[in-house]
Design a protein around this ligand. Structure first.
Ligand code: SF4
Length: 354
């Protein structure tokens, strides 16, 4: 069995510090009339700016519906990047978290990339500061550096490969077949999952997603006792014990597919509840249940909904479309370096599809 070596770092403290500064996200409820008025205004602004709305599955359903209604897309981070690059719009409004906006800018430097708020980030990105990470890589020059898409442009620029959860296993398998030793960052749970699947030689950065880390095997087993015929769908950013009791493990897109294709009528879903919007579309007759998290205690800032994804709203989308602030800039030299490992991933996955 492969030994897991975790790379110690300050990720937890950095994330905690950021969350304390952020406070709890504000929930704004709109009436149907207000919502429709916002939809109409946003649609008009998108048109006027020659912009398209690209939204992640974890955004609130109302944003996903708006993206669909206005000719944009709702998808995982890999498809968001591809869609933005290939779409003729000159402005991309990226509803998600900052690394997604940066990836869009790296792949489409000629386009204006706006986000509802640049404050929306990710615990994985926060927990992997480039200086600390780069110093670690420098100490292991014989290792291939593979980073998850949930990282800053600077960390990507230090990497040999970028991967998303939808293609990570295949890419690590490929590198392992070439005999390469790997530094993996930042999600330790996803890294461990891939290591177990592939048997690759991997050093794992000790980072985690605060949403998926809250799922607990015990709570899911108790829920399964209430719904014995349900399938358990798990994102591999969840702890190993949760992955172990899953009927399907995969990226957001893979979980949506699993909800559609598994014969079960009921699904217990261990990922951000934003996914329910597209999952229910894909599996209309099925019952979807949120997997329980560790609870409302001190560590539960997420409770199955990412606090940073929750910062995207109709009000700030409209404000940014009107003002043009919250634009993503990436230093061109850095972007050029970060594009190389991103292109490697895109080319690799394009070949997989053939
Ligand atoms: S759900 Fe987790 S991985 Fe996704 S953006 Fe939020 S903190 Fe990051």
């Amino acid at each position: 069995m492969t030994e897991t070596i975790l790379i110690e770092n300050d990720a937890k403290a950095l994330v905690q510090e950021h969350l304390d500064r952020l406070g709890q996200p504000k929930e704004i409820q709109f009436t149907n009339v207000e919502k429709q008025a916002l939809y109409d205004e946003i649609a008009a602004e998108l048109k006027q700016r020659n912009a398209v709305l690209v939204a992640h599955y974890y955004c609130d359903p109302e944003i996903q519906a708006l993206a669909e209604a206005t000719g944009g897309c709702v998808s995982d981070s890999l498809e968001m990047a591809r869609f933005g690059r290939d779409h003729p719009a000159t402005t991309l409004m990226v509803a998600g978290v900052k690394f997604m906006g940066e990836t869009s800018k790296i792949l489409s430097p000629e386009k204006t990339v706006l986000m509802p708020t640049l404050e929306a980030t990710c615990s994985l990105d926060l927990g992997c500061p480039v200086d600390e990470f780069s110093a670690f890589c420098d100490q292991h020059p014989d290792h291939t550096v593979v980073v998850y898409a949930n990282t800053s442009a600077a960390v990507k620029a230090r990497a040999d490969w970028v991967v998303t959860s939808s293609c990570a296993v295949e890419i690590i398998e490929h590198l392992d077949s070439l005999g390469e030793k790997i530094i993996w960052a930042p999600d330790q749970h996803l890294g461990r999952y891939i290591q177990k699947k592939t048997g690759a030689d991997m050093l794992l950065w000790d980072g985690a997603c605060i949403v998926h880390e809250e799922f607990r095997a015990r709570g899911i087993a108790q829920m399964k006792a209430l719904y014995p015929d349900a399938a358990v769908l798990v994102h591999p950013e969840s702890p190993e014990s949760v992955v172990a009791i899953a009927d399907a493990v995969g990226s957001t897109s893979q979980l949506i597919k699993a909800a559609q294709t598994l014969p079960h009528q009921t699904m217990i879903v261990a990922t951000d509840r934003g996914i329910f919007y597209k999952m229910q579309q894909a599996a209309p007759g099925k019952t979807l249940i949120e997997a329980p998290t560790a609870g409302e205690g001190a560590t539960c800032r997420s409770c199955a909904h990412c606090p940073w994804m929750a910062m995207n709203g109709l009000d700030n989308i409209l404000h940014v479309l009107k003002t043009g602030d919250q634009e993503i800039f990436v230093d061109p030299a850095l972007a050029q370096r970060a594009k190389m490992p991103l292109d490697r991933m895109l080319n690799f996955t394009a070949n997989l599809k053939r």
